[in-house]
Structures are given as structure tokens and as C-alpha cells.
Unconditional design. Sequence first.
Length: 375
Amino acid sequence: MIEWKKEFYCSDPEETGKLINGFFGENKKGTVVLSFYEALFLADIRNFKVVRNGKEVPISEMFEEGAKRGVLARYFAFRDWRNRGLVALPEKEEKVGERKVVKVYKSINPPEINFKLKGSFDKENFFVSCDDYAAGRELYMKYWFGQLGMYKISHLGKNYVLDSYEAIYLWKKGVLEVDGKEIMKEGEKRIPYFKDRYRIYEEWRDRGYVVKTGFKFGSHFRIYMPGVNPSQDKEWIHSKHVLHVFPRKAELLASDWSRAIRVAHGVKKTFILAIPKEMKKPKKITPHFMLYHRIKNLAANPKTGKPRFYLFAISEDSIISGDFLYSALEKCREDGVELLLAMVDRESSVTYYNIKRIELEGGKNSYFEIQWLQP
């Protein structure tokens, strides 16, 4: 039996031992003090009786309380994790030591381009058409800037066009004669966070990577490794990564954010999240749960291991802000754990996304790989 006062208590000697062994609550002189999530789970899944003022509390009243607190998504994630036999400790933090960067993307010096060409800006469609087909062919075949002829059939068609990001980049490098300031100005008018997107584009190009549109994959860019170009074998056609720029001031519906990740994973591409650097410090943020995962296929717990994740749970209809995500990621970095984002759909099904910090060698912005995780 659980008694509901200001907090939730279990004093039954037969039950307290089981709760302590199952890593539920805090043991205070023989009484186990439970969080709301733990009490609801025990009533919901383990058939514990909850009593308040001497009367049994219907489970519907417990869920009503969860709705009033605005924490049902958190509870559904907690329930899912616990029901898998894994330990989740609510709203607690524990520094477990710095985890190393998962992956480093090596940089090389970008190629030097020693010729120039002129371009005309299509303000309506954001293309830049170039006047020198031969120079355009070299830019395309050697360095993979722009598009020569038809897409994937470059020998058909006599055009050479650049997109707005490519045009600004080549203008800044002194290769393209065009009004780059006009392109940037028009981009900022039309495209949300255009300058942030360009900063990320430039940072990857400056480190030798090929950056192309990610439109077909629901992202801003697709990334190719340094040195790749269309003159190589058919392997050049397939990028390994897509990149989405998510400034701290941006907001996005969780379901839209999840959809972009699923599209990337569906075509076997790594989803990279870019958060442009800002001077503003991250907000102080408390994780919803601290999670123990598995060690050699065995469920870990506070006696056998250390927590691996901080979990934040949201519903598919929640709004994710870049500031929240950045602050959560910085909190995880400080405490040496990984971030797990639980998205709860309208049927209370939970999908987990593991967000790991990566490093672009010499880069100034923050980058993360996002992978679907099956607990």
C-alpha cells in the first residue's frame, strides 16, 4: 500500500524491501519515499493500492493528477523504460565523469581555385547562372560546386548554375563575380535563419567537405567526405550524412523534427544536428529522469553501474526550441552522460533518440549525431 500525503510513502515491511531491491524511491528509516512517477507506475502496472485520507484513490484520479501537473508524456516514458526492466530515477542528477567525443570529422584544407567567372542572380528562384560553361564544368567536375546540365545527367544541357549558399561562398573566395551582399540580403528576407545556415555551410566547406542541398531528405544539407566529386565512380552519388541547422532561437514541432530524422535513417544516412555558436550561456535545466541502460546485455542499476543517460520526455505535439536542446546537451556534457530524448506519440508509444556530441575538426559550432535507440 502507498500512502499519499504531500509525498508518497510506503511503510509496509513486506513491500519496502521489494521496492528498495527494485530501486524505487528513497529509504528513510524503513519508509520508502516515492516520486509521483514511481507511485503512479506501481499503481498502474504493479497493482499497488494508493490511499489518501484513509480512502483508496482510483487510478483515474492519479492520471488526472498527472494531467494537471502536465507530466503525462514524462510518465509514459518512465513507464516504458521501467517496464523493460531498466532503472529510471526521477529528477535526480549524478556526475559520472566526462565522456569522450564519440566521433571526430577530420578536416583538410579546401582546394584553391585560381580562375574567375561571372554570375547573374535569379532573385525569384535563388539560382545564380554563370556565363563561362568551361569554368563551370571545372568547378563542378573537380570541386563539385553547382550543377552542370541536368541533375545526374550532366552531359545533357548547356547550363551551369549555383545555389545561393555556393554563390555566396565562391563570391567571398573571390572566384565568382556577383553581388553577394544582395544574395545574402534576399536570403535573410525569405529564408528563416539564412545567415546561420550559411555559417554552417561555410564551416564544412572550409574544412574540405562537399555540401549540397538536403531537400530530398528533409534536411538543409547533405554532406560528402573531402575529395568527393562527380567525376568519380557512382559512389559519389550517395552521401553518408544529412545536416540540419537548428539555431538556439528556432522552434520546431516535435513531430516535424522527428520526421526529418526518420527520413535520414530510412535512407541509411547519419543525421547531424548543427547548433550555431552564440555568446549566450545555456539555461540551467534539470533532466526529467536519470537512466541506467545495459552492461553486456545485463540491465545496469546503481549497484552495478553508472547512469548512462539524462532523459527528457516530450509529446509529438510539443514544441522543441534550439535553446532547450542546447541547454540539455550542455547539461549532459557537464555531467558526463548522454542525452536521450523520448518522443511520445498520441497513442503513448515512446520513441527514443540518442543525441551524441561530435566534433568537426577546427569548427567553432556545436554538432551532434542523432540516432534512434531501441532500449
